[in-house]
Design a binder for this molecule. Structure first.
Ligand SMILES: *[C@@H]1O[C@H](CO)[C@@H](O)[C@H](O)[C@H]1NC(C)=O
Length: 321
């Protein structure tokens, strides 16, 4: 008698919420609806800038998310033409809530269907769940990148070439120590770069190796200690990171913070030819024409800057210097 009452009651208390949650997780939002997630800090807070970069005109953007800032950033980005969009992690901010991957896909589709979108992962893309202890199930399924083409065995790190540029996408949230598969792959990938064919080498990763903001202080340090030497030896031109919601640019080698501001925006890295590229930072709160920060780059494949004769990379013979 009691069992007849208690059993359905227990079923209602414990199983129904699970079913509802499951339904919620796998339900599809109506097409075209965009979920606007709330930002947890005010616009003026220094940790709030979403960063986009764009170059050659390749385009870069970190920590995209799904806020009205995302829409504003994408509108700014699409205001000018570009070849490739590069995103160093934190795509949907789904954090386990699967419909957010759908709404993120719909939000970026108008841009992502027009140009290649190349991404690497951020901490919000990990999604470790009880049945998926290694995480990245949605990220790897929804954003498969062409990693096998560059000899990588993981969707979390790979490289590709576009317009005279070798672009390396690294994984901040998979192993990176000297014995790791990622480190060994990076070493062999850098050794294969032909600077005559691709004079530029760019690297994207999520957690910055240099950062003067209080947020995420030191989070990229162990990866820096493991891999930075490889970058210097290979004369990598530029490293782009995401994670911290502020824009900051460092002088290479010093490393001296040269420019920092708490703003959303995107950047454009425009490669003019084999020796010169122009970087510009576009804040969302300005018209796109206003450039808040800019700098010329000279490719380290030909420039003698930062040259250490002990560190001649294998791909450049001394005669070419
Ligand atoms: C590359 O572009 C820069 C900047 O416009 C220019 O000064 C330089 O002469 C160009 N080099 C070549 C080889 O065209």
């Amino acid at each position: 008698m009691w069992a007849r009452i208690i059993f359905p009651l227990l079923l209602t208390i414990f199983v129904l919420p699970l079913l509802l949650q499951a339904r919620d997780d796998f339900s599809r939002q109506p097409a075209g609806q965009v979920i606007l997630t709330r930002h947890d800090r005010s616009d003026s807070d220094p940790q709030q800038a979403h960063i986009v970069f764009l170059s050659c005109s390749i385009q870069f953007k970190g920590d995209l998310g799904q806020t009205d800032w995302t829409a504003s950033t994408l509108a700014h980005v699409d205001g000018q033409d570009y070849d490739v969009f590069l995103l160093p992690g934190d795509l949907s901010y789904a954090n386990g809530h699967q419909p957010l991957w759908d709404s993120f896909g719909r939000l970026v589709e108008p841009s992502a269907s027009r140009r290649p979108w190349m991404v690497t992962q951020g901490n919000h893309d990990i999604e470790i769940l009880p049945n998926h202890p290694k995480g990245f199930v949605s990220y790897n399924s929804r954003w498969p990148m062409p990693y096998e083409e560059s000899g990588s065995t993981s969707n979390l790190y790979y490289s590709f070439e576009v317009a005279g540029t070798h672009i390396i996408m690294l994984g901040s949230y998979t192993d990176f120590d000297v014995d790791s598969a990622q480190y060994k792959w990076l070493e062999s990938d850098l050794a294969r770069v032909d600077r005559n064919k691709t004079p530029w080498i760019l690297v994207l990763l999520h957690a910055p190796w240099y950062n003067t903001n209080t947020a995420h202080q030191g989070e990229g340090e162990s990866m820096r200690q493991s891999m930075e030497e490889l970058f210097y030896k290979a004369r990598v031109d530029v490293v782009f990171a995401g994670h911290v919601h502020a824009y900051e640019r460092f002088e290479p080698a010093s490393p001296l913070s040269l420019y920092r501001e708490p703003s959303f925006g995107h950047g454009r890295f425009r490669i003019l030819n084999e020796t010169h590229a122009f970087w510009s930072w576009h804040r969302n709160n300005d018209a796109d024409a206003i450039v808040a920060d800019d700098v010329w780059f000279e490719s380290l494949s030909t420039s003698k800057a930062c040259w250490d004769t002990e560190q001649v990379p294998p791909s450049v013979s001394k005669d070419e210097l």
